[in-house]
Design a protein around this ligand. Structure first.
Ligand SMILES: *Cc1c(COP(=O)(O)O)cnc(C)c1O
Length: 364
């Protein structure tokens, strides 16, 4: 079979999505399935919809457009603020966009009017993580302005924590979002359909808090795909953490010293942690590198250690002796490694459900 490849178990992804949809649903929270880490994979998008996610979210207009072309039938959100230069495309293929700039919303309004349609927006609020968002003090004025714009519907408020600074969602910042939503509703006599509290970093809070308040939506990518919450990367009870794995092929197998010889300066890319001199070890080179995956985010199989790498090579040592050339090794991945592998044209995507392999697709 083609290597390197991501083995993607659609059954496990469906299970993860359904479990999260059900658990959060019992707390009145809907799930937006985030597809950005999958390059807008149609196969995965379909599983998310079967599992009961309310809608799909992606940060790239290209992914949304690709899913539309493939006839994925769902409401789609653009969860990164639109570029001014892409406003027309956004209005054409996205139902709801997340926004923080009035200038952009004005342009969306203009483009929506040209097409004689309405475009819905969520206003994002900054609550401490210092990525996107209006400052809370500016929200009421922004809402007033948005409500006056033709062909724009204010669908709700949202926030995003943890991604930039690691700020944890808790009753305090989520409570603030809830209070802002209520304040908008009472001041302007409108009702907000969606109060979107965050991402996979919100799950610990959502499962343990008795005060979810007005928060009625989370946007989930990592927790569905990798079965982990995003604050401490702990496995979530009942979810699969191996729905997606990476398989690569050994192209050289030899016994070499653990320590390099010569005067050491900079390396190409990945620098493995300091390693004690273990004498000679069985070292294998796999045909995959930094161009395809974040080597630091790989978890090797039992008995093997990731020992180094470069743009096109991954070096693994194995305690059990030499690995035969041509052997395939399978790794678990963290989010960053998965994201890069999913978007590398050199990594094939092999979709299957349990043991039933189907639809091997290679882009390159
Ligand atoms: C990426 C992203 C998400 C999904 O994050 P996960 O940690 O993968 O669940 C949600 N919201 C926004 C705004 C994002 O950019």
């Amino acid at each position: 079979m083609t290597a390197p490849r991501l083995e993607i178990d659609l059954g496990k992804i469906r299970h993860n999505a359904r479990t999260l949809v059900e658990r959060l649903g019992s707390q009145g929270i809907s799930v937006t399935g985030v597809t950005k880490a999958t390059l807008g994979s149609v196969e995965i998008a379909r599983e998310l919809l079967i599992a009961g996610v309310r809608d799909l979210g992606d940060s790239r207009i290209e992914n949304v457009e690709a899913m539309r072309r493939s006839r994925v039938s769902a409401r789609m959100s653009l969860i990164r603020s639109p570029m001014l230069s892409q406003a027309s495309r956004v209005v054409k293929s996205v139902d709801v966009s997340f926004n923080t700039e009035l200038e952009v919303i004005r342009r969306l309004s203009f483009e929506a009017a040209k097409l004689d349609r309405t475009h819905a927006i969520i206003l994002m609020v900054e609550l401490g993580d210092l990525r996107e968002g209006l400052l809370p003090v500016d929200v009421m004025a922004a809402v007033r302005e948005v409500l006056s714009m033709p062909n724009i519907v204010l669908k709700g408020l949202g926030t995003n924590l943890a991604c930039r600074s690691g700020v944890s969602p808790d009753d305090r910042n989520m409570g603030k979002l809830s209070r802002l939503a209520v304040q908008v509703e009472t001041t302007f006599d409108i009702s907000l359909e969606t109060v979107s509290g965050g991402n996979s970093a919100n799950l610990d809070w959502a499962f343990s808090s008795s005060k979810t308040g007005r928060v009625n939506n989370l946007r989930l990518g990592e927790s569905i795909l990798l079965g982990r919450e995003a604050l401490h990367r702990r496995a979530i009870d009942g979810l699969h953490t191996d729905a997606i794995t990476l398989t690569a092929e050994v192209i050289e197998s030899n016994v070499k010293p653990t320590q390099p010889t010569g005067v050491l300066a900079q390396t190409g890319f990945y620098t493995s942690p300091e390693c004690e001199d273990r004498g000679d070890v069985a070292q294998s080179i796999l045909a995959i590198g930094e161009q395809d995956v974040d080597l630091g985010g790989l978890q090797p199989p039992e008995g093997c250690d990731v020992h180094g790498g470069s743009s096109d090579h991954l070096i693994v040592t194995s305690g059990a002796g030499r690995i035969v050339v041509g052997t395939e090794l399978t790794f678990k991945l963290n989010y960053g490694a998965m994201l890069r592998a999913m978007t590398s044209p050199f990594v094939a995507k092999s979709f299957h459900c349990a043991s039933n392999v189907s639809n091997l697709r290679q882009i390159a």
